[in-house]
Design a protein around this ligand. Structure first.
Ligand SMILES: C=CC1=C(C)c2cc3[nH]c(cc4nc(cc5[nH]c(cc1n2)c(C)c5CCC(=O)O)C(CCC(=O)O)=C4C)c(C)c3C=C
Ligand SMILES: [Fe+2]
Ligand SMILES: [Fe+2]
Length: 345
């Protein structure tokens, strides 16, 4: 496509292994888990833990999990991000590329492609495909994209879209994507978010004394909330529930995908899925608003493993609500934010 203006867009997601072969999964996990913002231990300890313990043990199981959800065209996360790219490019009439924090394509590849299409490129708008701020997701993606931009002295300005966990267009898109599923008979809606270690929440507290220290911290106004994943996911859930008119007893929040022995944000999704049927909540809807594209963590951990656990603990029906993927309201929101972010001077 011939560029019409001097602006380009990069949609940045987490990334997947290149294939489901164990060496590819190993390479991907090594890169991911050696990220100092994901496993934030001193380098030597991290290296020993990741390359000697976690990856050798985890890679074969992760590869099998990826094989169970892999599509003919590739990893669902990658394919769905490409579909979003096409939809946004179609509506925005600007060149749009995708980049991944781990694996391929890197932000440098995306920048190079945009420059090839338009050597006069003046600005790149980067949209991290993470609604919430976490050191291990939004922050690492943005810092990596900035680092490559600086290191390779790209001649354009890099403009980054902030977390959008409470933006009305995102909330509306999540709520409307859920609405058709609420027509069916259900007892409870579980908002399941990717977890993070509790220590990361404390570490990210810019006030040094708010997060998990003040009672009901996530509901007490604070500057910390700009960087608090816990606050942001509760806020998303409350805004979506309000928009859908869900009464408080009909929904709750939990955290999935824990790794390691440290304490992560609670309640854990895996435990809630065992408990809910025992509380009489036997018809369940699950939504995962921290992921904008379906991926291993939604398609395997929730839709397969989670469903199995819920049903074998006495649940009657389990419905996984798809991520936003290429929902028209989501595409519209992305297009609108990109347009609004273009520097006008
Ligand atoms: C919501 C965004 C995410 C946060 C925050 C996050 C934190 C985080 N993740 C791990 C470890 C793993 N995550 C894995 C997969 C995975 N994680 C996210 C998003 C967030 N992670 C996505 C979208 C995916 C799916 C990728 C895909 O290809 O579909 C994996 C790999 C799979 C596996 O082996 O389970 C690991 C490992 C940590 C340790 C962490 C915070 C500290
Ligand atoms: Fe993760
Ligand atoms: Fe908080």
């Amino acid at each position: 496509m011939e560029a019409k203006t001097d602006t380009g867009i990069v949609l940045m997601n987490l990334g997947s292994p290149d294939s489901t072969a164990v060496p590819d999964v190993q390479r991907y996990l090594n890169e991911f888990l050696m990220d100092k913002r994901v496993i934030d231990y001193p380098y030597l300890l991290r290296w020993l833990l990741v390359t000697r313990i976690i990856v050798p043990r985890r890679a074969p199981n992760s590869a099998a999990a990826y094989r169970s959800i892999w599509w003919e065209e590739g990893s669902p996360l990658m394919v769905l991000t490409q579909q979003l790219q096409k939809a946004v490019q179609h509506d925005l009439q600007l060149p749009v590329e995708i980049a991944m924090r781990y694996g391929n394509p890197s932000p440098a590849v995306a920048y190079d492609k945009l420059l090839q299409q338009n050597p006069q490129l003046k600005e790149v708008i980067l949209l991290p495909l993470y609604p919430h701020y976490a050191m291990s997701s939004y922050e690492t993606a943005v810092e990596y994209a900035k680092e490559l931009h600086k290191k390779k002295r790209y001649p354009f300005k890099l403009t980054i879209i902030p977390p959008y966990y409470n933006e009305p267009d995102y909330i509306n898109a999540v709520a409307e994507s859920m609405r058709p599923y609420l027509q069916q008979d259900y007892d409870h809606v579980l908002f399941s978010y990717h977890g993070v270690p509790v220590r990361h929440i404390r570490k990210g507290d810019i006030t040094g004394g708010h997060c998990l220290q003040v009672e009901d911290c996530c509901h007490v106004p604070s500057k910390a909330h700009g960087f608090c994943y816990r606050h942001q996911v509760y806020n998303t859930s409350e805004l979506v529930a309000a928009r859908l008119g869900l009464p408080a007893e009909k929904w709750s929040v939990s955290f999935q995908s824990r790794l390691g022995r440290e304490e992560w944000l609670q309640p854990y999704t895996a435990e809630r899925l065992e408990q809910l049927p025992k509380e009489g909540k036997k018809k369940l809807l699950v939504v995962c608003p921290a992921f904008v594209s379906d991926c291993l963590e939604t398609l395997e951990e929730i839709a397969v493993e989670g469903k199995h656990s819920f049903i074998s603990n006495g649940g009657d029906s389990f419905t996984m609500i798809p991520c936003l993927n290429v929902h028209p309201l989501w595409v519209q929101a992305v297009v609108k934010w990109c347009e609004q972010s273009v520097t006008t001077s």
